[in-house]
Design a protein around this ligand. Structure first.
Ligand code: GDP
Ligand code: IMO
Ligand code: MG
Length: 436
């Protein structure tokens, strides 16, 4: 004890990067447990502006170790590039380590992700095209390649032999694409193995020992609860467990070791890719928010869909994760709007419902029941104290808190680390060491 889980509570891009960078000041370790470089986490601090895809967002703090756990799928070329870029910007990555058990995103996974999306036509999921789904498919089908395999020449050759036969049949016979050049792929993966060797460890051992010594371990979620493969808006989801349970399976820690479960909510809704979004707006308000807040994907640059805060989805997210705290981000984006709407329930086939439906067609038929609240004219942007918030903004925060059903312990009022209001500490400051 103790681990602190920080989970995206909506459809991703809630500001997890900003929040983890902020919280990591008091952490000994920040760990990614799921997803891959479909994630794009933005951090803005004194060192600059960073878009992280695989490297944990605690990397900027010298006392904090950064780990990529077994549940993550890892594109080796991209990780090496990300490390190089960080180093070039003066960020020390010497305390970054990756799990020997993490699965590798291979070039054929990226290719298959794109081919599968094209084949889906109008039913496309709108994936990030980074090979994430196919890599998790292979992991579960037991034909995946793991980080440790890149370090074992003989074993890698044997594994690739089996996999290449299967993938070549798929590539050539189903998709009419070129087969894999196995020799070239083998050489490239061995080279990645050589370059990654110094980072490869048993993360279970490091985290287990740290927790046994009472170190503070922040579990950095990727994506969001509503993109979770079991609990999200299936099939418009990612292929991993982005809810808190994914931290236990993705790292090898026990539920009782997690002291706090923090759900990060944006003050409104956004979504990238296809799938139901009951509160979606296609009007001037959506346009204003998208341009003002630059709601474009951190990884793919796609415009994000924008809508009002969805209280039904928010409560569902809190239920399946058991948040002990909520964080509210991007409150400042709503500054100056004359009024703000909040979805408090859905209307489905003429009936009021409070439950989040499992069927995407039913979700598409849901209409939001909206409550209108007054906006505020005095800006919240950059506020660092709760008393700086206009009464209407505070009223809005309280409304969301009651819809979520967990206390909002941190409010973010801008993209920079310091643009934050600590309502209650999520990670307490360390007790000073006792002296004789
Ligand atoms: P993540 O994937 O959850 O880490 O979120 P992204 O980085 O993809 O997207 C969140 C965006 O919101 C980034 O551009 C952040 O810099 C920005 N951001 C985070 N918190 C705030 C905030 O409180 N106010 C504003 N204006 N921007 C924020
Ligand atoms: P962060 O960690 C927002 C979405 C994609 C698509 C669906 C499946 O930055 O919040 P995938 O490539 O995972 O198979 O795509 O999931 N998606 C995200 N949306 N933020 C993310 O990560 C996302 N990662 C995946 O847009 O709809
Ligand atoms: Mg993002």
């Amino acid at each position: 004890m103790p681990a602190y889980g920080v989970i995206g509570a909506q459809w991703g891009d809630e500001g997890k990067g900003k929040v983890v960078d902020y919280l990591a000041e008091r952490a000994d370790m920040v760990v990614r447990f799921s997803g891959g470089n479909n994630a794009g986490h933005t951090v803005i601090n004194a060192k600059g502006e960073f878009k992280l895809h695989l490297v944990p967002s605690g990397v900027f703090w010298p006392q904090s170790m950064s780990l990529i756990g077994p549940g993550v799928v890892l594109d080796p070329g991209l990780l090496l590039h990300e490390i190089e870029e960080l180093e070039a910007q003066g960020v020390d990555t010497s305390r970054l380590f990756i799990s020997d058990r993490a699965h590798v995103v291979m070039p054929y996974h990226v290719q298959l992700d794109q081919l599968e999306e094209r084949a889906r036509g109008s039913a496309a999921i709108g994936t990030t095209g980074r090979g994430i789904g196919p890599t998790y498919m292979d992991k579960v089908a037991r034909v995946g390649i793991r980080v440790s395999d890149l370090l074992e020449e003989g074993y890698l050759a044997k594994r690739l032999d089996v996999v290449a036969k299967q993938k070549n049949a798929l590539l050539t016979k189903v998709y009419g694409a070129e087969p894999i050049d196995t020799g070239k792929l083998y050489a490239q993966m061995l080279e990645y193995g050589i370059r990654l060797r110094r980072y490869v460890v048993s993360t279970e051992t490091i985290i287990g020992e740290a927790l046994a010594k009472d170190a503070r371990v922040v579990l950095e979620g990727a994506q969001g609860a509503l993109l979770d493969v079991d609990h999200g808006t299936y099939p418009y989801v990612t292929s991993s467990s982005s809810t808190i349970g994914g931290a236990c399976t993705g790292l090898g820690i026990a539920p009782w070791q997690i002291k706090s479960i923090v759900g990060v909510y944006k003050a409104y809704s956004t979504r990238v890719g296809a799938g139901p979004m009951t509160t979606e707006l296609n009007d001037e308000v959506a346009h204003t928010i998208r341009e003002r807040a630059w709601e474009y994907g951190t990884t793919t640059g796609r415009p994000r869909r924008v809508g009002w805060f969805d209280g039904v989805a928010a409560r569902y997210s809190a239920m399946i994760n058991g948040y002990t705290s909520a964080v509210l981000t991007r409150l400042d984006v709503l500054d100056g709007l004359p009024s703000i709407k909040v979805c408090v329930a859905y209307k489905l086939d003429g009936k009021r419902v409070n439950q989040f439906p499992s069927n995407p067609d039913a979700m598409e038929r849901c209409k939001p029941i909206l409550e209108e609240m007054p906006g505020w004219t005095r800006p919240t942007a950059g506020a660092t104290k709760i008393k700086q918030l206009p009464a209407e903004a505070l009223n809005y925060v309280r409304k969301l808190e009651s819809l979520i059903g967990a206390p909002i312990d941190l409010i973010s009022t801008g993209p920079r680390r310091e643009e934050s209001i600590a309502v209650r500490p999520i990670i307490r400051p360390r007790r000073p060491a006792k002296s004789d």
